[in-house]
Design a protein around this ligand. Structure first.
Ligand SMILES: [Mg+2]
Length: 169
């Protein structure tokens, strides 16, 4: 196997509004697949932070975008997609490949030119690596557009990935 499936291509330790779009452009990225809960918005909130909206506005000038969420609530993910005017997929069942495969068909770009940005190793990064995307592990977003201080889930995932011997940290 060429790559470790639980190793992100890039782990900048930044929340999404602080991700430099230039880095993605230099990598030849043409489209972004974005996780929702924990990546664009804390899972208990319903209104996107201004900094996220601004980042998406800038991203739209450079990339095709799609929201890919495991959340089973169409209402929640549709509401967030409407705030951003981006197509969405809910109940995506990451890390299984079927939903992301459908999105790749729509985006019509080489997988290596598509980045997936998410806050979870075992869903976002794993499915992205399985399908050959450029995988970016972001710091989870907390209240008021700040980095989430409680990264318990992410810590547990890093520990398991390390135990499996496939993490780079
Ligand atoms: Mg998430």
């Amino acid at each position: 196997m060429k790559r470790n499936w639980l190793k992100p291509d890039w782990q900048p330790e930044l929340i999404i509004p602080n991700i430099p779009i230039e880095h993605l452009l230099i990598k030849g990225i043409k489209a972004l697949v974005l996780d929702v809960d924990g990546t664009l918005i804390p899972s208990h909130e319903i209104v996107l932070h201004e900094s996220v909206i601004l980042w998406i506005k800038k991203a739209k000038r450079n990339f095709a975008l799609h929201l890919l969420s495991n959340n089973p609530s169409r209402r929640r993910i549709e509401n967030i997609s409407q705030q951003l005017d981006i197509n969405f997929t809910f109940r995506a069942a990451k890390p299984t490949k079927s939903a992301l495969t459908r999105v790749l068909d729509q985006l019509n770009e080489e997988p290596k030119n598509i980045a997936i940005l998410g806050d979870r190793l075992f869903t976002d990064i794993l499915v992205g690596n399985r399908l050959g995307l450029y995988t970016v592990l972001v710091h989870p977003l907390g209240a008021n557009g700040n980095p989430c201080k409680n990264k318990r889930t992410q810590h547990i995932e890093q520990i398991i990935a390390k135990l499996l011997g496939v993490s780079h940290t």
